[in-house]
Design a protein around this ligand. Structure first.
Ligand code: GDP
Length: 453
């Protein structure tokens, strides 16, 4: 394997910048660039040992540095690895990388360190994918769930199911292939029970997929309502100064503003839309069309109503629009005298909360309603979960094959035919964990990583 190198830390000035080198010649390459203060060559340094010294760029000592040596197989990639930490100025880090490349390393591809870790059996595909979700996690629950996957929670679950299926398949093959041997008769009820148990395990993972996605990726949320009901005030209350703003994207037009905020365990990607009303104004009409589209696309709708006004025609249109969507009625301005008929609003929504956006009151109730509606209120971030569409597809196909095997057994179809279905479930699960994934799948996964990971 070639020796690869990349900057492992972010593309910004920081206290420390790390250049990571991995491969057969990692230590000799690093030794050409790094000179320890005590004169020890890195080639004579053991694994898990650090040396203090200088990096030498173009023959000139250019920065103080620490070189940390990992010896194969005890490293992230399973290969020899050296991590050189220099002062984190962008130029120093970049020049050190260049010196490392001049000394014989080649630039690492995106995700190549983690890909090598996978190819060298340090982790399976689900764990490798969790590295990417851990890096991009925006909410605490997503971070915990990703770390849990990195620890192997999903792998353990899938491997258990795999073991059950493979044991069963082996027994059935033996029974079919060696009819003269003393192999005990297979109990059909036991076979069915094993298959049903395996299917149930996979179906639980599939059932929790949407919740897991909400936890990891956040929830696209549209704030809709008539003009002046308090949509912007609700947005500000959620983004308020004591909240963490994850991103801030001004809409390209002035009709939609987007912010991502943490609310309880979740990250909401909020879209504050134009007030919904009939309008002859061309620009405003475009905004209103967009608001309706945002409502259609959203995974969650916060529909705002004014407590101090009776329901208007457009309010009723909103009630109609949100019928089949996960939506929460947010009755705002509860500090003002009530003129709104609550029952009509309440009956149209799964949940209704009462707030005073101006004073920031009601946020805890809203948070709790959102978590309940999205189904993450009691979400166990310690439970195994499917992290992406690829994993979900494999799991779904496996569950379907098991389903077919169950049907075939019940119809009394021969064991070798049933076994074909079980084998196809096994193949799907092996490709999920990466034991049997195609090169194309593997390359595709790692191409989405950042360089240096
Ligand atoms: P939007 O057009 O729906 O975005 O509404 P805004 O957030 O701009 O609010 C419209 C008006 O209602 C502003 O004057 C706000 O100060 C006021 N407002 C918003 N929330 C409340 C509230 O909880 N109580 C009261 N009394 N006024 C509010």
């Amino acid at each position: 394997m070639s020796t690869i190198a990349a900057i492992a830390t972010g593309n910004a000035a920081g206290g420390i910048g790390v250049i990571r080198i991995s491969g057969d010649n990692a230590i000799t390459v690093a030794d050409r660039v790094f000179k320890a203060m005590d004169g020890t060559s890195l080639c004579n340094v053991g694994g898990y040992r650090a040396k203090y010294g200088n990096v030498v760029i173009g023959g000139v000592p250019s920065d103080n540095a620490v070189a940390l040596v990992f010896r194969s197989p005890k490293s992230y990639t399973g290969e020899d690895v050296v991590e050189i930490s220099v002062h984190g100025g962008l130029l120093v880090v970049q020049k050190t990388l260049e010196a490392v490349l001049d000394a014989g390393a080649v630039p690492a591809e995106p995700g190549e360190f983690t890909k090598r870790a996978f190819l060298n059996g340090k982790m399976d595909l689900t764990q490798a994918e969790s590295v990417a979700s851990l890096i991009s996690a925006q909410g605490e629950a997503g971070m915990r769930a990703s770390f849990n996957a990195l620890q192997g929670a999903l792998s353990v679950k899938i491997n258990n199911v795999l073991q059950g299926l493979m044991d069963m398949s082996a027994l059935m093959s033996a029974w079919v292939d060696y009819p003269d041997e003393e192999i005990p008769e297979l109990e059909e009820s036991e076979l069915l029970a094993t298959l049903k148990k395996c299917r149930a395990e996979l179906d639980t993972l599939l059932d929790n997929y949407d919740n897991g996605q909400a936890i990891i990726d956040g929830v696209d949320t549209a704030i809709v309502g008539m003009p002046n009901v308090g949509k912007s005030s609700l947005m500000n209350m959620l983004v308020g100064k004591d909240k963490s703003i994850v991103t801030h994207i001004e809409g390209t037009t002035r009709d939609i503003v987007e912010e991502s905020v943490r609310l309880g365990n979740l990250v909401l990607h909020l879209r504050d839309t134009a007030g919904l009303r009939d309008s002859d104004d061309v620009v405003e009409s475009i905004g209103i069309d967009k608001a309706y589209r945002a409502l259609d696309d959203a995974q969650l709708v916060l529909a705002v109503f004014d407590n101090s006004k009776p329901l208007q025609k457009q309010d009723r249109e909103i009630l109609e629009k949100v019928k089949n969507k996960p939506a929460i009625a947010v009755i705002n301005k509860v500090d003002l005298e009530k003129a709104l008929d609550y029952s009509e609003v309440e009956s149209a929504f799964a949940k209704t909360v009462y707030i005073c956006a101006r004073d920031g009151e009601g946020i805890a109730e809203l948070s709790s309603a959102v978590e309940e509606l999205i189904g993450v209120k009691d979400f166990d971030t310690g439970a195994p979960m499917l992290a992406n569409l690829r994993q979900r597809q494999n799991c779904q196909n496996a569950s379907q094959s098991i389903d077919e095997a169950i049907g075939a057994l019940q119809m009394g179809i021969t064991y070798d035919a049933v076994n074909v279905m079980i084998d196809s479930a096994v193949d799907e699960l092996l490709s999920l964990t990466g034991k049997k994934a195609t090169t194309e799948v593997v390359n595709n996964i790692f191409s989405k990583f950042c360089v240096g990971k």
